[in-house]
Design a binder for this molecule. Sequence first.
Ligand SMILES: [Zn+2]
Length: 362
Amino acid sequence: MAGLTLRHGCHQRCRRLEVEKVSGHETFRYERIGSAKSVLVVAPHPDDEILAAGGLLQTVREAGASVNVLLLTDGDNNPWPQRWLEKRLRINTHDRRRWAQRRRSESALALTRLGFSESVQTALGWPDLGITDRLLDDPQAILQPIRSLLSTWQPDLLVLPTLDDHHPDHSAARIVFELAMATMPVANRPTLLGYCVHGPHSSGGELRLPAEQAANKAYALEAHTSQLALSGGRLRRLLGRTEHFVEALPPPPAPVAARLLLPWRPWPWLGHSCELLVLSDPRTWRLPLIDQVQEGSLRLSITAEGLILHFDKRLPSPLFVKIRSRISTPWIYDSWNWISADDAARLTAAADSSSLAQAGTE
Ligand SMILES: [Zn+2]
């Protein structure tokens, strides 16, 4: 932990937060929580908004910001709690629709327990556990509605999952917004604060919740009765007294290099059971993990160094890559997280300069 702690100010309605033990840059970043005018919290599933940002939501409401909470899916691909609570083994389409409505209503009730009107909630009804595939299959169908909502709400603070969240809907949600915002002028883009529900916090800062906010958040979580039935212990442990956020740095210029070294060395026998997903706008690719496979302007080579992506020309930006298993298992979480082309380009440059230095000493 970077030793960054944020505390509420002395007055409940203060517009800025007291910030302790932070560098100038971090102070600048986190004051924006209290000074934001329009805040959008993105929840891939109902309950993410409370677990990740129940305190932040109260803080920005008390500071006078307008707030929207966007549910991407209704969390309806959730068969075991549904079987348990509804005492039925088989779940058909009609049952799933009813469960979706229940989870959407639980989210609305939770928001009222934090002092909001139900109207702050907007639900898109995207497929639960299917955001990645929808993005791969028809990116414009998923990006256009997001661009339209961003244009309507004009958030100056956008709270959304981090790219390294292990739930595939969460990391895909991050990519959806990064791609949607890539067409906006940089000056109009909101500050991005990332949260991670499934996985460790690698960096960033904490928002410490006053006792009253923590109690409100716990009360709001209890509205999600469908989730507490089987996962109450885990969800209540996630509540805590702090919330953790990572601010995205401004996007760097698009990498010029047309060669990216990826940070994975999968076993050769994985080639036919895994695929390499490459997402940009407007192109997406799905490649088998096979040496010298080529699709359009993109070629994959597998060397002793690792996986290398070659592009015919300058990389599209932003661009994201990950390995995904093609074998369906009950385990829904990612074994390999997405990496952005910017991060891969930094790794590539570091590996190249290390190889050069090694060659120089030989
Ligand atoms: Zn979720």
